[in-house]
Design a protein around this ligand. Structure first.
Ligand code: SF4
Length: 476
């Protein structure tokens, strides 16, 4: 998962992008980059590893001049964690820069074709570089005009299999944003007026990033839509292909910021609804907890909704050390386990002799759940139940969320009874698929990791994932 942003017609494009990216930091912490385009001076770029505060020393902004720019914060789902892999990618010759959120599943076969023609092409091993290369090639063929760009994106989309929300700078045209036909990853557009009354436009992965820098009039880029904001201020919106909507349910369940609104549904509202739906499952299970305890931070809203709905006291008794990285997006299993140990502390006095219902957003590899149950047992809890706002995650995700192998997924490996033993709980209650769809007010969701029904061809999915694991093993 990554965060992307693009801005045009701003006198402070780089600064706005940086502030926006900071509000997308949760989507990737490996590194970040900003590219701007300045008339008569070409592209300016800075990329750095680590958190944005570290990656962007203040002096770097001086050279990031120009009224148009794009930015990216990286979470490495493909390729090694190196500076060369940080986005945005720029092709000076093609007059093109892009920032991409998603995964291109047929990357390796497309790369082979490209390297058959030019062995030195696509050196980074990153799928986004392939998108840049293909789009640059198409633009040369169809021309650097609005028509040429939309035609290029239409043809590009016929080649790519996977998930992609993309912002780009195209010389002689302007800022472009487009989203795959399934709308797997979010992409939002916003506008605001500068002090002279001129309209500025921005795109970002989440509404929270746009709102933070003052953009309003927010709208979604639709699945299968391309939006172009030209240098002269024209706005062109075109459905380049038929949509087949499958928004990633995990954006609402876990990934996005709670203050964001994605595809017309507030993340807060979605999580609250998930709690109401999960409370019904808990009631049906027959367990009668004394307290409801959220696993911070993501599940808090659902736990509050459950406490209200069930009339059971809500107790925030797992205290988070906020200076430890979000465990899910740390790279190795050992790094994740160590981070959990350092991340959460229980308030023992509130747990002793209680029947405790722990609420977590999801159970992926189970690291967090197992560790938390262990901690709470040590505090003398009488019984421990675990409820997940997400149904069992049993299948790999090939679209950018880091649970690619079935044998890493707890619910993929064990049946329900075995899971009770493995996690060490007295009851385990999952959200139902219907509950999830009800909470997210949509059946047009990707639920592939729950059901195994993938919205795209996944023939190359496991090869893509295996390659990714191999590449990581080299660096971790
Ligand atoms: S497989 Fe799961 S995590 Fe991946 S895009 Fe689909 S819903 Fe999201």
């Amino acid at each position: 998962m990554c965060g992307i942003i693009g801005v045009i017609h701003s006198s402070e494009a780089a600064e706005e992008i940086f502030l926006g990216l900071q509000n997308l930091q949760h989507r990737g912490q490996d590194g970040g980059g900003i590219v701007t385009l300045e008339e008569n001076h070409g592209f300016h770029q800075h990329r750095g590893t680590g958190l944005l505060e570290i990656a962007f020393p203040p002096e770097n902004f001086k050279r990031l001049q120009g009224p148009i720019g794009i930015g990216h914060t990286r979470y490495a789902t493909t390729g090694k964690k190196e500076l060369a892999l940080l986005q945005p990618f720029v092709d000076e010759q093609a007059g093109l820069a892009i920032a991409h959120n998603g995964n291109i599943l047929n990357y390796h076969s497309l790369r082979q074709v490209v390297q058959g023609q030019d062995p030195d092409a696509l050196p980074s091993g990153c799928d986004s570089e392939l998108v840049l290369w293909e789009l640059g090639k198409l633009l040369k063929r169809f021309g650097y005009t609005v028509e040429g760009l939309t035609q290029s994106i239409k043809i590009l989309s016929e080649t790519l299999v996977g998930s992609y929300s993309i912002v780009g700078i195209v010389k002689d045209v302007g800022l472009v944003a487009f989203r795959d036909p399934h709308g797997l990853r979010p992409l939002i557009m916003g506008r605001r007026l500068d002090k002279h009354g001129k309209t500025m436009t921005a795109f970002a992965s989440e509404s929270a990033a746009l709102e933070f820098v003052g953009y309003s009039e927010l709208e979604n880029v639709a699945p299968g839509e391309v939006v172009i904001i030209t240098f002269s201020g024209e706005v062109i919106r075109q459905q380049y292909t038929q949509p087949n909507i499958r928004h990633c349910m995990f954006e609402w369940v876990y990934f996005a910021r709670v203050e964001s609104q994605l595809d017309n549904l507030s993340v807060y509202q979605a999580r609250f609804n998930l709690g109401i739906e999960l409370a019904k499952e808990v009631k049906n299970s027959g367990v009668t907890p004394d307290i409801i305890v959220p696993v911070p931070e993501t599940s808090r809203i659902a736990a509050i909704a459950m406490a209200e709905s069930m009339g059971v006291p809500f107790r925030e008794v797992l205290i988070k050390n906020r200076y430890v990285n979000r465990t899910f997006i740390l790279e190795s299993q050992s790094a994740r386990q160590e981070a959990i140990r350092r991340k959460l502390y229980p308030v023992a006095s509130e747990l002793k002799d209680k029947k405790v219902l722990i609420v977590d957003d999801s159970i992926v590899r189970g690291n967090t759940s197992i560790k938390i149950v262990e901690l709470i047992r040590k505090c003398g809890a009488k019984e421990i139940y675990l409820a997940s706002t997400c149904p069992p995650i049993q299948f790999p995700c090939y679209y950018g969320i880091d649970f690619p192998d079935r044998d890493e997924l707890l619910a993929g490996k064990y049946d329900h009874d075995s899971l009770l033993d493995v996690i060490g709980v007295d009851a385990l209650i999952y959200q139902s698929l219907q509950g999830l769809q009800g909470a997210l007010q949509s059946e047009s969701l990707c639920t592939a990791c729950l059901t195994g029904n993938y919205p795209t061809d996944i023939t190359e999915g496991s090869a893509f994932s295996k390659q990714r694991v191999l590449e990581r093993e080299v660096t971790v």
